[in-house]
Design a protein around this ligand. Structure first.
Ligand code: V47
Length: 622
């Protein structure tokens, strides 16, 4: 993207961003101080596009604040009250259940910390929701609440988290961090945990396979430098664990807090800057959320072109911001969210708690496998009337089943299953004798995997079949496959783990603690069949008009030819995110064949045959 900068101090920052380099504290502050809002927004937009294309995620969710009684008295909070006061409330589990319905996909629980609730009540809340509504995922309890449980009920942080996870807790919300500044903490929330404890609880949650979110409460007494330090601390933990799903800047609602006048809301410019700077500083966070409840619908809508790719959800009812004077509505209808996203020129993607797309509400969608090896096709792709939806290979197959995807790089087995509806194009992701990004990490040699439990990333459709073919046909072994959600997991329960894409590439380079052996599935296949392996193929829905098909073919070839001139240029930023150097990116991308030739056709035919011989061939593996 070419940007006509008005503020020249942004130019060197933009050059560094394009090379995938990390921004410093000083650069973050420069971004906040710039008057060149449009250039800042364009930089953030460009970074967001590379990560999540045209997708904007939302979830059908319900916020539950079980009580407003709280032992703490934070100065910025107008929600909390004390037991016995007329505005105090406590919800029973039945009252909570009455607010839920089966079409929801997430319930977000956070609230006050009353002095007298027993531990059982918190665990039961999660368990009962999970049992009554198995399709509603539970996002519950901030780090502040977890710390409260740990101290009050004399359990270690790990014990608290494990019990909640066993009861059905899926993720943790990002609240309670406020601003990582001792100065601000002493002035505004001196009874609450500080940065160290907050980060430590999230680190522990990630290690136990509980992904979490992160927030920043901005627009009160904090300095710009303190905001950037906050972002850098989050970025550091994300480097260590990879467990954060999204970052949510929370615009301070002044209400009757006395910190600012009742009507001194943050300005739209400050809100947009904070979204954009967050996107640029947090290069390792997958998603930035424009929380419409605190931003208002109008600002959230613009934020979708300033680096945000998530707009939270329907919410249902909210008190923390509204008790402090938020002027946004209490809830938004699904149709309204879809309209906001469409008006911003994006694809409304209804998601689950782990950001798996459940449905999309747009036409002309090209699916994009979000891994480094697909960058040569997409980096220079002219989209024309199409929009780009990043999606894991397996989910692309599922959405394509219902006609939601018009074209894309399909997982090979999904092309097999949907051959009647899809037309094969001439491009693919094929290996020679290794892939480096479809890896089995194991504690057992192949022959010892009989009866063992293999964790399978839920992103794969073809690699899991390849693994099955190798186990059963090459080695004569049967193992038990268990799906893992993508991102952080507690891997200790598996004898081996199959990972694909960037995560496999990263762990292949840096090692995977707990697993001694590493097998490259393309190498295993090559040594056995002396053939390349085709992981994915470009295909287009047969019903797409011929002229559009032709335009897509030409655009793809043009994009690939440009990419092949300089793999480093197109891949370096993406490569840096997974810890690869420029030359490693060149070597990795140079190892693929991106065009379907005779040997690729033969490899597809042989694999098809094997897949047909296996049980359940006619449908995707669950
Ligand atoms: O922790 C309190 C903040 C948070 C005010 O993880 C205030 O997906 C503004 O964390 N003005 C709770 N903010 C909300 C929260 C959240 C919201 C949406 C999504 C997610 C997620 C998390 O609200 C508190 C505190 O930081 N808060 N008072 C106020 N006057």
């Amino acid at each position: 993207m070419t940007i006509a900068f008005r503020d020249n101090s942004l130019i060197p920052i933009w050059e560094r961003i394009q090379k995938g380099e990390r921004l410093s504290l000083e650069e973050g502050v420069t971004l906040f101080k710039t008057q060149d809002l449009i250039s800042l927004g364009k930089m953030a937009y460009s970074v967001q596009q590379a990560k999540s294309g045209d997708a904007v995620y939302f979830v059908l969710n319900r916020k539950i604040e079980p009580t407003n009684i709280c032992v703490l008295s934070c100065k910025f909070c107008d929600f909390a009250t004390k037991k016995g006061r007329p505005d105090a409330y406590e919800m029973t589990i039945e009252e909570i259940l009455s607010k839920l319905s089966p079409e929801l996909h997430e319930v977000h629980i956070t609230g006050g910390m009353p002095p007298d609730w027993p531990w059982k009540r918190y665990v039961e809340m999660v368990r009962v929701i999970h049992e009554k509504y198995p399709t509603i995922d539970v996002k519950a309890y901030t780090a502040v609440e977890i710390d409260f449980f740990h101290k009050k009920f004399k359990k270690s942080i790990e014990e608290v988290l494990i019990e909640l996870k066993e009861a059905g807790l899926r993720t943790m919300p990002g609240g309670g961090s406020e601003v990582f500044s001792e100065r601000v903490r002493r002035l505004l929330f001196n009874q609450k945990i500080g940065a160290k404890a907050w980060l430590d609880i999230h680190r522990k949650a990630h290690r136990l396979g509980i992904p979490t979110n992160a927030t920043l409460l901005y627009g009160h007494i904090e300095t710009l430098e303190e905001r950037v330090i906050h972002l850098i601390k989050l970025r550091k933990l994300q480097d260590e664990t990879g467990g954060f799903l999204s970052f949510i800047p929370l615009a301070f609602q002044p209400g009757d807090t006395g910190i600012k006048g009742r009507s001194e809301f943050t300005s739209a410019i400050d809100d947009l800057k904070t979204i954009a700077v967050s996107r640029l500083m947090l290069d390792n966070f997958p998603h930035i959320k424009a929380y419409w409840v605190m931003l208002t619908e109008e600002v959230a809508a613009i934020a979708l072109n300033f680096g945000a790719d998530d707009i939270e959800g329907t919410v249902g009812e909210e008190h923390i911001a509204h008790d402090a004077g938020a002027i946004s509505p209490m809830k938004l209808a699904k149709d309204q969210i879809i309209k906001i996203i469409r008006d911003a020129g994006k694809i409304p993607v209804e998601r689950d708690i782990f950001y798996n797309p459940i449905n999309v509400y747009a036409d002309h969608i090209i699916g994009k496998i979000p891994y480094l090896n697909s960058v040569p096709f997409y980096h220079n792709l002219e989209k024309r009337e199409f929009k780009i939806l990043p999606i894991s290979p397996r989910r692309m197959g599922v959405l394509s089943e219902t006609g939601k995807i018009d074209a894309g790089l399909f997982s090979l087995v999904d092309y097999f299953y949907q051959e009647d509806r899809l037309e094969l194009l001439n491009w693919c992701i094929a290996t020679r004798d290794q892939v480096k990004s479809v890896m089995l990490f194991s504690n057992h040699g192949w022959l010892d995997l009989e009866g063992k439990v293999i964790g399978i990333t839920d992103e794969t459709a073809t690699s899991v079949r390849l693994l099955q073919v190798l186990l059963e046909k090459k080695y004569g072994v049967r193992a038990i496959f268990k799906r893992l959600h993508s991102g952080v997991n507690d891997y200790r329960q598996y004898d081996a783990v199959l990972l694909i894409g960037d995560e496999a590439l990263r762990r292949n380079k840096f090692g995977f603690e707990g697993f001694e052996l590493v097998y490259d599935l393309a190498t295993e296949w090559y040594e056995w069949q002396k053939l390349p392996f085709v992981f994915a193929v470009w295909a287009v829905r047969k019903s797409v008009p011929d002229t559009d098909k032709q335009t897509l073919r030409e655009a793809l070839e043009r994009s690939l030819v440009l990419a092949e001139e300089d793999f480093e240029k197109i891949g370096v930023a993406h490569g840096k995110e997974i810890g690869l150097t420029g030359s490693e990116v060149v070597e990795y991308l140079g190892g693929f064949n991106f065009r379907v030739g005779e040997r690729e056709r033969e490899a597809m035919r042989v694999f098809h045959q094997f897949v047909e011989e296996l049980e359940g061939i006619k449908k995707p593996l669950p």
